[in-house]
Design a protein around this ligand. Structure first.
Ligand SMILES: [Fe+2]
Length: 367
């Protein structure tokens, strides 16, 4: 049976003098209108949210909110999770997980100094909290569904550092378009090139997961098929903006490193691969792509097609849910596997925050 546990930073309050409930997390704010006859049980559920999360009313409340990332799955009893029969011995212990810097260096030893220098000295996600959330009672093993859903919250928490910057990016770009369209196009080329690099590497990098995570082969294949050709959409958009050779624009170091992390994840760990797929696909999918919308308004609206089509494929294929489709096939996890996947995802999230900042700087029209 699935039970929900609210993510630690969730706070829920009634908005005074209204029938509205306000839910807040660093990555999400919601206001929900509550009908009069529902108020009583919801008040009780909210009161027990932290003190007794598995109470039936709290569970009913969280179940109603399950389409939003407000809770994770409680670790299930060991019998409900696929066992570990036939699993290959893990190879990833060669990586140095001591700090973000040591991990990145063990994955890419030829790395220029400036990225490692910008990384935090220590990890910020707590190994102890991770164990509390996903370790199965009276067992050394971890529940894969709890692990994955809990880490979605940690990723969103880290990404919320630049949440405002990311949310403001389309408006900022639109301002640039109005003031100086040529500079706007140059900036969009750099953005498109990042997406091109990611989509171009994606298939190559995912390939090894078909063997390493063979239990989920059909899900991975279907997902790879849907992603296939996304890079060509980006090439077409770049052409519209006057860039005939993608190689004339370099991807950011952070973009390259995230793809290296992904490649390593696919080669070494089904859990890390699953978490990275979730990292790329995000959580909820908006009605339209904000970057496509901005390009649409420009004098080269055809350049919007790449992002717009990519968005539609993600939405039609429900790609934000692929992380859970994959997680269904994960077996019981060892502590080493969980810590490895967690650190890969944490490093990717930190690199993502660095990319967000770089993109925002660019969108301000600074040469
Ligand atoms: Fe996708």
């Amino acid at each position: 049976m699935i039970q929900y546990i609210p993510h630690e930073p969730l706070s829920v309050q009634w908005i005074p003098l209204t029938s509205m409930l306000s839910l807040n997390l660093p990555w999400l704010s919601l206001e929900i209108e509550i009908e009069e006859e529902q108020k009583e049980w919801i008040t009780q559920a909210v009161e027990k949210l932290k003190s007794d999360p598995t109470h039936a009313l709290t569970q009913k409340f969280l179940e109603n909110l399950r389409e939003y990332p407000v809770s994770y799955y409680k670790a299930r009893p060991i019998e409900e999770i696929p066992s570990r029969e036939g699993l290959m011995p893990e190879e990833f212990l060669a990586f140095d997980l001591v700090t973000p810097r040591s991990l990145i260096k063990s994955i890419n030893s030829s790395l220029q100094q400036h990225i490692p220098a910008l990384l935090p000295d220590v990890w910020s996600w707590s190994a102890e909290e991770m164990s509390k959330a996903a370790q199965i009672q009276n067992s050394d093993y971890y529940d894969p569904l709890s692990t994955v859903s809990y880490l979605i919250g940690k990723r969103l928490e880290t990404e919320s550092i630049t949440g405002q910057v990311r949310a403001a990016l389309p408006q900022q770009l639109d301002k640039l378009r109005e003031n100086k369209e040529s500079l706007f196009f140059d900036t969009m080329k750099i953005l498109l090139r990042q997406t091109h690099y990611v989509t171009n590497c994606f298939e190559k990098c995912s390939g090894p997961a078909l063997q390493k995570f063979s239990a989920a082969e059909s899900v991975i294949k279907k997902f790879m098929d849907e992603e296939h050709g996304h890079d060509r959409l980006m090439v077409a958009s770049l052409k519209e903006l006057g860039c005939d050779d993608v190689n004339t624009i370099s991807p950011f170091d952070t973009t390259v490193l995230v793809m290296e992390l992904f490649k390593n994840a696919a080669q070494t760990s089904p859990l890390a691969f699953t978490l990275m797929v979730g990292y790329f696909e995000g959580v909820t999918i908006a009605e339209s792509d904000p970057l496509a919308d901005v390009l649409e308004k420009s004098t080269k609206p055809q350049a919007a097609k790449g992002y717009a089509l990519h968005h539609k494929i993600n939405k039609d294929g429900d790609h934000s849910n692929v992380i859970f489709e994959l997680a269904e096939f994960l077996p019981l996890l060892t502590k080493e596997e969980v810590m490895y996947g967690m650190r890969i995802l944490e490093l990717a999230s930190v690199l993502g925050v660095m990319s967000d900042r770089a993109l925002y700087e660019l969108s301000q029209g600074k040469p």
